[in-house]
Design a binder for this molecule. Structure first.
Ligand SMILES: Cc1cc2nc3c(=O)[nH]c(=O)nc-3n(C[C@H](O)[C@H](O)[C@H](O)COP(=O)(O)OP(=O)(O)OC[C@H]3O[C@@H](n4cnc5c(N)ncnc54)[C@H](O)[C@@H]3O)c2cc1C
Length: 460
């Protein structure tokens, strides 16, 4: 018999033989940081935490867990927002944090190979030192990992320009549920030899394999930047202006939106100054990047469509950082206010304005006291609906938001995934046939269901 978190657990002893006893955490105090998610909304007890240092060790850990019938929750930076990275009760947490090596940049191919536990910030820094960029960027860059962003197919600010994480993955190495290793790390841009396993693992949320290394595409650096924050009447107007700018200004990299209620929280909790004397109905942030200074072209386009009263332009590093902080500070400022429900949806671009008006109306009528704070990557139709003032487990919130997203032919998950938080609503934007096909893939690759049970589908 083993006891939860006990040193008398035979699995703990078996895993210690593989990774060393200092990397098998059974003490509740040492486990605690791995058992609670970033939002504080999701937590559960782990049987133990294991921290392999190499692909070979990860494979042996998975093999021994499979032999013992022990379920595994893979974990990277633990910044996921849908509860998929923390245990629900008694699983082994397999942390990739020790596997954080970024190999030298392959400048001929403009690619980099990194271990799963490398942070996005570390990959970005390595790329920049070679005059290149890793085009996935998100506010959690300092903690979010290569493996976690692949497992969630993370999006972030620059999806409209470069695509999500899946579009950057040119090679993958992963451990399957029986401990075998699949490796496609050649970095070939053309390689049509059967099923695209790398693409399949992107967005699989730790349910099909444990990613151990990846080869990633890099893009030329665009060192000259300009950021504008613009005040508009509504999200619909922001989406229209965004579409015009994307058409007319080649250097547009990011189009982000936020609203007075979120800007107020960022101002209050993080001390960031507001750009205008009064709030507009909706804020639009535009970032442009180029080898030449993109500011004149951006300023001219804003002048044509807007006039200058409701626009501020940042060209120096500190000015741009301050404007970005207004938008990027949202998750932190909201967390400082309380535990929110975080719902992340995509809309067809033409319906963003309608969604915004209607979601506020439906939440007000179905969940009294709910405080919606909206922001998002609107260039991609992606709106994060954060809701304070409601019990974190009050399902009426998700019901109202996801039902509306489905009615308007959007998606209930733009970039965070399904995790455990959205399992109940998967059927809203995936058909029965779709879900059957996904389950068949899961059973084929993980027949005993040890990889992240309860994520994506109800545990069987
Ligand atoms: C402040 C803040 C801002 C954010 N902004 C964005 C944003 O703009 N865009 C966006 O897409 N997301 C965003 N996120 C969400 C989060 O950062 C991403 O989902 C990120 O990809 C998670 O990476 P991680 O390493 O923290 O993974 P974790 O949180 O550890 O895990 C996430 C999921 O991936 C699985 N997993 C982790 N590592 C592996 C692995 N090696 N192999 C297999 N499965 C694995 C886990 O089991 C879990 O299901 C944000 C989060 C925060 C806190």
């Amino acid at each position: 018999m083993w006891s939860m978190g006990g040193t008398d657990d035979p699995l703990a002893r078996a895993l210690a033989e593989v990774v060393g006893s200092e990397h098998v955490l059974t003490d509740p105090e040492l486990r605690a940081g791995y058992e609670r998610d970033w939002t504080g909304r999701f937590q559960g007890r782990a049987r133990l935490v294991v921290r392999p240092g190499s692909t070979a060790e990860t494979a042996e850990v998975v093999r021994r867990c499979a032999e013992a019938g022990a379920a595994i929750v893979p974990q990277g930076g633990n910044t996921g927002l849908v509860g998929g990275s923390v245990p629900r009760g008694g699983e082994v947490v397999l942390s990739l944090a020790r596997m954080s090596r970024v190999e030298p940049i392959d400048e001929t191919a403009s690619q980099v190979t990194a271990e799963a536990g490398a942070t996005i910030a570390a990959v970005q820094e390595a790329a920049r030192a070679s005059g290149l960029e890793y085009p996935v960027d998100l506010a959690s860059r300092g903690s979010a990992t290569v493996g976690g962003t692949i497992a969630t197919n993370a999006g972030g600010m620059y999806v409209g320009r470069y695509g999500p994480t899946r579009a950057q993955v040119v090679g993958i190495e992963a451990v399957l549920a029986d401990g075998s290793i699949v490796s496609r790390m050649g970095g070939l841009l053309k390689d049509n030899t059967g099923y695209d396993l790398a693409g399949l693992f992107c967005g699989s949320e730790g349910t099909l394999a444990v990613v151990t290394r990846a080869r990633l595409r890099l893009v030329p650096a665009l060192p000259r930047r300009a950021v504008a924050v613009v005040g508009l009447g509504s999200l619909g107007e922001a989406a229209e202006l965004g579409a015009l700018l994307r058409k007319e200004v080649e250097s547009v990299l990011a189009l982000e939106a936020f609203f007075p209620e979120g800007a107020e929280l960022v101002h209050r909790h993080l001390g960031v100054s507001l750009p205008f004397e009064r709030h507009p109905g909706c804020y639009l942030l535009v970032e442009c990047g180029s080898r030449e200074d993109p500011a004149p072209e951006l300023a001219a386009a804003l002048e044509r469509h807007l006039g200058s009263e409701w626009a501020v332009l940042g060209t120096t590093g500190p000015e741009r950082a301050r404007l970005w902080r207004l938008r990027e500070g949202h998750p932190e400022a909201i967390a400082a206010e309380g535990i929110p429900q975080k719902l992340d949806v995509t809309m067809p671009l033409a319906r963003l304005g309608l969604f915004e008006r209607e979601v506020r109306r439906r939440l007000a009528s179905s969940v009294p006291g709910a405080r919606p704070i909206l922001f998002g990557h609107i260039g991609d139709g992606n709106i994060h609906v954060n809701v304070l003032g409601a019990d974190p487990n009050d399902e009426r919130v998700a019901e109202a938001v996801f039902t509306l997203a489905a009615e308007l032919e959007g998606s209930i998950s733009a970039e965070h995934g399904i995790g455990v938080a959205k399992v109940r609503w998967l059927h809203l934007t995936r058909s029965e046939a779709d879900i059957r096909a996904m389950r068949a893939i899961k059973r084929a690759l993980d027949p005993t269901g040890i990889l992240n049970p309860g994520v994506l589908f109800p545990a069987e």
